[in-house]
Write a new protein. Structure first.
Length: 459
């Protein structure tokens, strides 16, 4: 709250170009707060505010800015200022910046890196996109199993300030291969004269640099650890991936799935920064596909036009039938996409899931069918809206609800498995897509039961 009150004063310091006073005030602020402040001031003043920050603080603030804001700053900073920022950024933050910027800007920034940073950046950028290797930071502590605890602690004291985290210390052999990881707590309570090997349990959790980033998310959630060692194809420890980077990926993946489930392409930028036409482009494709799919509904209705003309009462329940099937399909699709993304079910579980959803759909459809049947029968005691054959109409609606809910559950649960098997994102089986599919088939199921049950009476 106090910092909010100080913002007008800070803006005044910027307008008066009192950079020394501004530096003294901002040195007590946290980097995320300064990043928010930069977005509040005029764009022309941002570079002056940024230049007023101490070198190490400016790099931290830079890492909290959006890619577009970072790009804008880099365009106005001198090469020397840019070089200093890049050298202070952690390797994983630097990689994230280089991979998001346009190719020309990335090439320019690479030329400003020191030989050591350039080698490091090229190594991280050499891993496949969306791989854990892109998130890896090589700033970690490793020791040898034959060191004494005292030697290890001395190594930690001397090198720990350069490490991303010291919660866990990694044990490697002479070839650099990961052997074990040990908590700092274990070192503190161990006998200084003992060797490291005596406190090892040989139970280390690691991920491959070539694995998808979602693997790191799942591993961290499963084992509840703040950092994961990352190894190459030969088992050599090349770095670690930390909790903050993994949470960023988890948020991005969840946002992408939510957007796809809404029936659109995932936005590659935040909603408040993506261009108007860019947003329309992301939404138009799926809308057109869903619209064309819904046109099949009109085709199905046209096929049963004769039945509708003979029994107009059937049209009263069309929205009920279509929405019930679409809702059950959306439920099943949502459950399956989330279960697949969390690793709760895999492709080999499809048959078990199908049996489970068949029984679930059958029971859910029966519940809705009974409610629909009672609604028509009871209402017909007080009104003649459904005609003299209301009992057969009630049976038609009831059986149709069982059929469409059962079909919705099966199609909604199986479509994510099919897309996963075809190497597509299961989230692409969005709720609107499933609903459209079930709408068309629901009409066919409804009128098929109507022709069967009402033949010789209304039809």
């Amino acid at each position: 709250m106090l910092k909010e009150l100080l913002k007008p004063e800070i803006k005044e310091l910027i307008e008066l170009h009192l950079w020394s006073d501004l530096r003294l005030v901002l040195e007590t602020w946290e980097p995320p707060e300064i990043a928010d402040l930069m977005l509040d001031v005029e764009q022309s003043d941002r570079v002056f505010l940024f230049r007023a920050l101490p070198r190490e603080l400016s790099a931290d603030v830079f890492s909290y800015l959006d890619t577009e804001e970072q790009d804008d700053l880099l365009h106005v900073l001198t090469n020397q200022e840019t070089r200093e920022i890049l050298s202070e950024l952690s390797p994983d933050d630097r990689t994230a910046l280089l991979e998001e910027l346009p190719a020309e800007a990335t090439h320019k920034l690479l030329t400003l890196l020191s030989p050591e940073d350039l080698k490091e950046a090229r190594q991280l950028l050499g891993y496949p996109e969306q791989s854990i290797g892109r998130l890896t930071t090589p700033d970690f502590l490793s020791i040898r199993a034959d060191w004494t605890i005292e030697q290890a602690l001395e190594h930690i004291r001397f090198n720990g300030k350069y490490s991303e985290t010291i919660n866990r210390i990694y044990v490697t052999d002479n070839a650099g291969k990961l052997v074990d990881d040990i908590t700092l707590r274990a070192f503190i309570f161990a006998d200084p004269k003992e060797v490291v090997r005596t406190i090892m349990d040989m139970n280390v959790i690691s991920v491959s640099a070539f694995d998808d980033q979602e693997e790191a998310v799942r591993a961290m959630e499963k084992y509840d650890i703040p950092a994961l060692p990352v190894v190459d194809s030969t088992g050599v420890l090349i770095g670690i991936v930390t909790f903050d980077d993994v949470m960023d990926i988890s948020e991005e993946e969840a946002t992408e799935d939510f957007q796809k489930f809404g029936g659109m392409e995932a936005l590659d930028k935040p909603y408040n920064t993506i261009s108007f036409f860019g947003m329309v482009q992301k939404r138009a494709g799926w809308l057109v596909i869903l619209f064309v799919g819904e046109m099949l509904t009109a085709t199905a209705l046209a096929y049963f036009e004769g039945a509708l003309q003979k029994a107009i009462v059937l049209s009263l329940f069309l929205p009920l039938i279509m929405s019930s099937g679409g809702n059950s399909g959306s439920q099943a699709a949502t459950l399956m996409v989330r279960a697949i993304s969390l690793g709760e079910v895999t492709l080999k579980d499809w048959w078990w899931v199908m049996r489970r959803e068949f029984l679930s759909g059958l029971l859910l459809g029966t519940i809705l069918g009974i409610i629909g049947f009672l609604r028509i029968v009871i209402w017909s005691k007080f009104s003649n809206i459904y005609g003299e054959h209301y009992f057969l109409v009630a049976l038609t609606v009831s059986f149709s609800l069982v059929g469409v809910v059962l079909w919705g559950s099966l199609s909604g649960s199986m479509l994510p498995f099919l897309l996963k098997r075809l190497k597509f994102d299961p989230a692409a089986s969005s709720a609107p897509f499933v609903a459209t599919l079930v709408d068309v088939t629901g009409i066919i199921i409804y009128f098929s039961f109507a022709v069967w049950l009402l033949h010789g009476t209304l039809l």
